[in-house]
Design a binder for this molecule. Structure first.
Ligand SMILES: Cc1cc2nc3c(=O)[nH]c(=O)nc-3n(C[C@H](O)[C@H](O)[C@H](O)COP(=O)(O)O)c2cc1C
Length: 309
């Protein structure tokens, strides 16, 4: 019997957001998808989430913006991107010819920014969903400030929900004291799914210069170092909401991805791993398929939440 890896990420939504498999790419680590189509057949993936997009183009934060840490990396890119108008003009027409859904990650400094972005993307061919980034640790205003508390997180979600008919994923920050409460608030405000986690705020110091390494002083920590934390948050959130949960944080292998799925994630996003292995997301997918074949499991749904007690 052929394997069924399909997952529905927006069961409450009119059109839904059906993925052929649960392996996605994480925003900011896979460009606009086009960059990687030379490396492997990206159409095999479940979905792509593109770079965080703002109303106007952004040049990002001062250099240096990347630093390798023990089992991870710090980044302070600061949402460098081409802006929503160029994205609609230059990228969406390419995506419209793809069979795999593309989700646009959006970020703003005010609630109105988010609503305007969602409005601009509504009905654009080639865009299958929106991921609302209320969790970016690298911009001064907005970003993670919205994601840290249930009230502001719900306010952004409500505004975006009213501005678009597209399926809505809300990306949560780990830089909060109670991520499950934030997840519940955005679920109630109209999110179709939640994705977690974004990077954790961190820093490094250059002792020779006696200065922070990153031009922005702090940055977002990602990679294997954050996996146990991300996994525990996915477990918590999956127990709190009935919406699909998308797990992200330090996934480099199929084993990592299966851990997130067994913790309750319906899908996973591969992020920093792509920098050291550009095929990482495809390797994760192939490894999941091998595991299912070896274990005699036909449907991925049998594994979702399998480790929950
Ligand atoms: C260089 C870089 C850029 C990122 N840019 C974004 C972004 O624009 N929007 C967003 O929501 N997350 C962004 N992220 C966060 C990732 O999507 C992901 O949530 C985080 O890195 C944790 O996953 P990982 O450990 O697999 O990398 C970025 C991460 C990195 C490393």
């Amino acid at each position: 019997m052929p394997l069924d890896l399909s997952v529905q990420l927006a069961p409450r939504h009119r059109q839904g957001l059906l993925l052929a498999n649960p392996v996605m790419t994480a925003s900011g680590t896979f460009g606009y998808g086009t960059e990687y189509s030379q490396v492997f057949d990206i159409q095999k993936l479940g979905a792509i989430v593109c770079k965080g997009t703002t109303l106007e183009p952004r040049e990002g934060n001062p250099q240096p913006r990347l630093y390798e840490t023990a089992s991870g990396m710090l980044n302070s890119i600061g949402l460098q991107n081409i802006g929503v108008k160029a994205l609609i003009r230059e990228k969406a027409p390419l995506w419209a010819g793809w069979q795999m859904p593309v989700i646009v990650n959006i970020a703003g400094e005010t609630v109105d920014d988010y609503a305007r972005l969602a409005g601009e993307l509504d009905g654009v061919a080639g865009i299958s969903g929106i991921e609302v980034n209320i969790s970016c640790p690298n911009i001064r205003a907005g970003g993670a400030a919205f994601g840290a508390r249930p009230g502001p997180a719900a306010e952004v979600t409500t505004a975006v929900r009213e501005a678009t008919s597209l399926p809505l994923l809300v990306k949560l920050t780990p830089n909060t004291s109670d991520i499950a409460r934030v997840a519940l608030a955005v679920a109630e405000a109209g999110a179709d799914a939640v994705s977690l986690i974004n990077s954790l705020e961190g820093m490094a110091i250059d002792i020779a210069r006696r200065r922070p390494v990153l031009g922005n002083i702090t940055g977002g920590l990602s990679g294997p170092a954050i996996k146990p934390l991300a996994l525990s948050m996915v477990y918590q959130v999956s127990g709190a909401v009935t919406l699909p949960v998308i797990g992200c944080g330090g996934i480099t292998s199929a084993i990592d991805a299966l851990e997130f799925i067994m913790a309750g994630a319906s899908a996973v996003q591969v992020g920093s791993a792509t920098f050291s292995n550009p095929r990482a997301s495809l390797d994760v997918l192939e490894g999941i398929e091998e595991f299912m074949e070896k274990e005699g499991i036909n449907k991925i749904s049998e594994l979702i939440g399998a480790a929950r007690c």
